[in-house]
Design a protein around this ligand. Structure first.
Ligand SMILES: NC(=O)C1=CN([C@@H]2O[C@H](COP(=O)(O)OP(=O)(O)OC[C@H]3O[C@@H](n4cnc5c(N)ncnc54)[C@H](O)[C@@H]3O)[C@@H](O)[C@H]2O)[C@H](O)CC1
Ligand SMILES: [K+]
Length: 242
């Protein structure tokens, strides 16, 4: 975490503009930004989930990382790899067909596979149809903490179908969840759910807080928010720094 400089709350457009500039103007690989994002979130989650427990795998809580089809899912893959390396029992479920994953998300899926980390793509494991509530309840019942890597700033429409069912199962379970970048389903600018949104215990917000986090009722979804800096140079944040 950057204890020195912190950007003001940013809009979805401002955030995605920073992502683009970092990649285009600075030739800063997005995989590198993703690694910083996932590692920062994993370090905070380790403190939240196992404040007193030391290294024995037996004493560490079970983590279920739920990934969507895009780079928010890719962040989830990075979180899983670091928590696994620290001894946490980790499972990763992608709610996207393997051939739908592309770019950095596909890279993270391949890295997890080569690392022998327990991961599955739901459609391949359970068929193309939408998961039942009972199947999803059984999935989340096997975890102590959930990581929400379903949707981030790429959210463009109300959450429907499979992802809606996953969000509802996460909320129904009452299990503590860490949202990556922002709770899936929450509109970054209004702070309101688009259909449905994850009710997180904590939100690891990359680069800056989102404009909508200050809206009435948004904290029901974000929980405690911490900004995780991901190595974007200060020049790209000029004009946004408080
Ligand atoms: N800030 C940075 O520099 C970095 C941010 N990172 C993470 O990347 C996500 C944004 O990733 P993106 O691939 O653009 O989108 P998402 O993963 O949020 O969404 C995936 C995909 O989902 C589709 N979609 C949109 N709305 C819905 C919906 N309602 N239901 C189903 N599917 C939906 C749409 O096609 C999206 O493309 C950002 O939040 C950070 O987590 C990276 O880590 C790199 C650095
Ligand atoms: K998310």
């Amino acid at each position: 975490m950057n204890r020195f400089l912190s950007p003001r709350p940013l809009s979805r457009r401002e955030l995605r503009g920073i992502d683009e500039r970092a990649a285009k103007e600075l030739n800063l690989p997005t995989l590198l930004l993703m690694e910083n994002a996932g590692r920062g979130a994993a370090a905070w989650l380790a403190d939240l989930a196992a404040p007193a427990v030391g290294g024995q795998v037996g004493g560490l809580p079970r983590i279920l990382v739920l990934c969507g089809p895009g780079n928010n899912g890719g962040d989830g893959g990075v979180v899983a790899r670091h928590l696994d390396a620290w001894g946490f029992p980790v499972r990763v479920v992608w709610f996207a067909a393997r051939d739908r994953l592309s770019g950095d998300a596909a890279s993270q899926h391949a890295i997890l596979g080569a690392s022998g980390i327990d991961q599955a793509c739901w459609p391949e494991a359970h068929g193309e149809g939408e998961p039942s509530a009972a199947e999803l309840d059984a999935l989340v019942a096997g975890a102590d903490w959930l990581v929400d890597g379903l949707l981030g700033t790429g959210l463009t429409r109300p959450v429907e179908g499979t992802l809606r069912r996953v969000v509802e199962a996460m909320n129904r379970s009452g299990k503590p969840a860490m949202a990556l970048d922002l709770p899936s389903g929450l509109d970054a600018d209004t702070g309101r759910p688009l259909g449905v949104a994850v009710r997180a215990r904590a939100t690891a917000s990359f680069v800056a807080p989102k404009l909508g986090f200050g809206a009435e009722g948004a904290s029901e979804y974000t929980g405690v928010v911490k900004v995780v800096d991901i190595g974007v140079p200060r020049r790209l944040l000029e004009g946004f720094l408080t």
